[in-house]
Structures are given as C-alpha cells and as structure tokens.
Design a protein around this ligand. Structure first.
Ligand code: ATP
Ligand code: MG
Length: 351
C-alpha cells in the first residue's frame, strides 16, 4: 500500500473546525488504496501567544520532508494584526517552498442557488491561476517619517520575467487541458512597468500555444465580466493581489466563500505543495461548529489528485455534488441548518 506523509496545520479559527472533517473524508475516500500519515503542527496564533512567533524558526524546513501540506487558516484579528499572522506563517511557507502558483477552481455545484439567478452550473466553471510568490505581495517597501504628517509608505510590486513566465505557462497548459481559453488579467493602462511586462510575456508565451485563445482584460473589466457573463471564463491568470480579490468574487458566485478550495503548487519536484480553503479564519463564526467544510474537503481532494490518488479525488467531488444536489445537509452559509460535523458525515456516507 502507498504511504503519504502529510503535514497538517489547522491554524486558527474555523481552520481548526474544518481541517479534522477534511482529514476524515480523505481517510474514508482513500480507504484501502493508500495510507495517509498525518503529522499535526499546532502553529498559528495560539503558538504565537506562547512563543512570540507563529511557527518555529526552522518551521519551513520541517515541512520540506512531507509529501504535502494540508492547511486550515491563519488569523486572530482582535489579538494579532492580520499582516503579522499572514507574514508569520502562510506567506513565508509559500515563498520559501517556492509554491509558485495558487490554483483556485470556481464552479457552481448542482442544487446551489448562487447570487446570479440566470446562471447555472454550466455557466460558472472556471479555474484561476494566481501568481503566488511576488507581485503586490513581494513585501518590498517601507515607511519613513513614521507618525508625522509627512509620513510616506511605499509598497513596491515585483514582477520578474522568470516568475511571470512560469506562472503564465502553467496557465496555458491548464487551458490546453480544458476549454482552451485563457483570460489574462492586469491593469497595464495604469501600472506601466510590471503589468506591461506581464502583458508582453503573455503575448510571447501565447506563440507556443496556438490552440489556446487568449483574452487580455483589465482587472476592473474582468470583475464586471465575471458577474455579467461568467461563462466567458475558462482559465484565468492574474497577479497575487488581483487574483486574490477576484477569487473571493468567484467564491461568492459559487454561493459561499466556504466552498472554495486552493492548491499552492511547488515549482520544484520533491517539494511539498500546500492545499487550503480560500477562506480565512472567519472569526465571526469560529467556535460555533457551523463553518462550511466543503472548501477544505475539496482542497483535500486536490491534494489527493496531486499525490496521484485520482480515483479517490473524483469520488470526493462526486460526493460533494450529490450533497449539494440533495440540499438537505448544508451549513447556514448555504441556507441550511447543519453543522460542520454533519456535513462531513454526510459526505462520507455519500462516498
Ligand atoms: P482572515 O483574516 O483569516 O482572512 P477574514 O476576516 O478575511 O479572515 P474570512 O475567513 O475570509 O474572514 O471570511 C469572510 C466571511 O466569509 C466571513 O463572514 C465568514 O464568516 C465567511 N466564511 C468564511 N469561511 C467560511 C466557511 N468555511 N463557512 C461559512 N462561512 C465562511
Ligand atoms: Mg480573508
């Protein structure tokens, strides 16, 4: 039997509630096919309160020897500022492991009524490829004249040819495996360096993919089009910030942020990729056992697929579709009354 070593970081808030449900569903789905060896890392805001850091100094090195990382959420807004939690855990992992793309599928499941009343599951089925290690989240900048009326803060975006090209190439490959349409999203009319380089690289790489149709959109127009005509999107590629914002919009089109999964894929072989829901720690509902676990379960399915357990991954997706289609066991964000645990249990029954 195949064995996989998986690092589990539930993190904060609802992360601690949805990750155990995800683990149980994955266990049930792989059954006799493989053994999942979970190693729990209690990192996050509690760890920060005890040690002054969100993870140990060699945290990322500890993760390197695993086959994959299953991540919940990080954030504890009243106690730790959000930029401290994000820069203390998730962003260093993404950067140091070089998890160069963040793959975020967006689709409307059968039985779910999204906010777009005239759009069905056949209209909302796209995948976002988000640049995941630099761009607007490069962390380059600083503040001068702090606290004075003359204070200035700089936040510099970084777009390197090497990185943008590999992200864009990944998106073209993905488009080739789907409906062969790629939408590239920038703001190159207002941002005249990095975004212009991005547009140029898209045109260059496009020459290697004559079978893929490319549309370049400004991010504002892309946001409007996602609402007006989501069926025009197949694969979309965008910068760290833009794709982050648009995938929350995409999650809303799905009916709930709690449904959306993401895969942070490693560029180098042998380095673990990280799988997580798109949502954060959801402090407003944390501790009540009502968080929707579907995004986390789906992220787990993406992890299994990445590990080569494609049958198990497909079975999980089918179970989620059956669950939404029957519409009986759903959490409050989808208009139901079920708990996180009950949804997990029903998914396992439907497997
Ligand atoms: P963070 O700072 O950790 O990103 P946040 O304040 O941005 O947290 P999110 O976790 O992104 O909050 O949640 C935004 C909204 O979506 C909240 O109202 C939250 O309750 C809701 N939400 C997020 N995840 C889920 C979920 N799994 N199930 C139900 N609702 C969710
Ligand atoms: Mg958030």
């Amino acid at each position: 039997m195949q064995q996989f070593r998986i690092a589990v970081i539930p993190g904060d808030g609802v992360g601690k509630e949805v990750i155990p449900v995800g683990q149980r569903v994955l266990e049930a789905a792989v059954a006799q096919e493989a053994q999942l060896d979970w190693h729990l890392f209690p990192w996050g805001s509690d760890f920060y309160r005890q040690t002054g850091a969100l993870m140990p100094p060699d945290g990322v090195e500890q993760l390197r020897r695993f086959d994959a990382i299953y991540f919940g959420a990080v954030g504890d807004p009243p106690h730790v500022p959000d930029h401290v939690t994000l820069w203390g855990l998730l962003l260093p992992i993404r950067k140091q492991l070089d998890l160069f793309v963040n793959v975020r599928p967006i689709r409307l499941f059968p039985g779910i009524r999204g906010p777009l009343r005239d759009k069905g599951p056949e209209d909302i089925d796209m995948i976002f490829v988000r640049e995941n290690t630099e761009g607007e989240y490069a962390g380059v900048g600083g503040r001068v004249h702090v606290g004075t009326p003359h204070e200035v803060a700089l936040e510099t975006s970084v777009f390197s040819r090497f990185n943008v090209e590999r992200v864009v190439r990944f998106a073209f490959e993905l488009a080739r495996s789907r409906r062969k349409h790629l939408t590239s999203i920038t703001k190159s009319n207002a941002q005249r360096f990095g975004m212009v380089l991005w547009d140029e690289i898209v045109q260059e790489v496009a020459r290697d993919y004559p079978d893929v149709t490319v549309t370049s959109l400004l991010v504002d127009a892309a946001a409007a089009l996602m609402v007006r005509a989501p069926e025009r999107f197949d694969v979309a590629v965008g910068s760290n910030l833009f794709a982050d914002i648009l995938t929350d919009l995409g999650a809303a089109l799905m009916g709930s942020l709690g449904l959306a999964p993401s895969a942070n894929l490693a560029a180098a072989p042998g380095v673990p990729s990280l799988f997580e829901p798109v949502h954060g720690s959801a402090p407003d509902i944390a501790g009540r056992g009502i968080a929707n676990p579907i995004g986390t379960v789906w992220a787990g399915a993406m992890m299994l697929e990445h590990l080569g357990l494609t049958d198990a991954a497909r079975r999980i997706l089918r179970a989620i579709e059956r669950l939404t289609n029957e519409g009986k066991v759903l959490t409050p964000d989808l208009g139901g009354t079920a708990t996180t645990e009950q949804v997990g249990k029903r998914i396992i029954e439907l497997l």
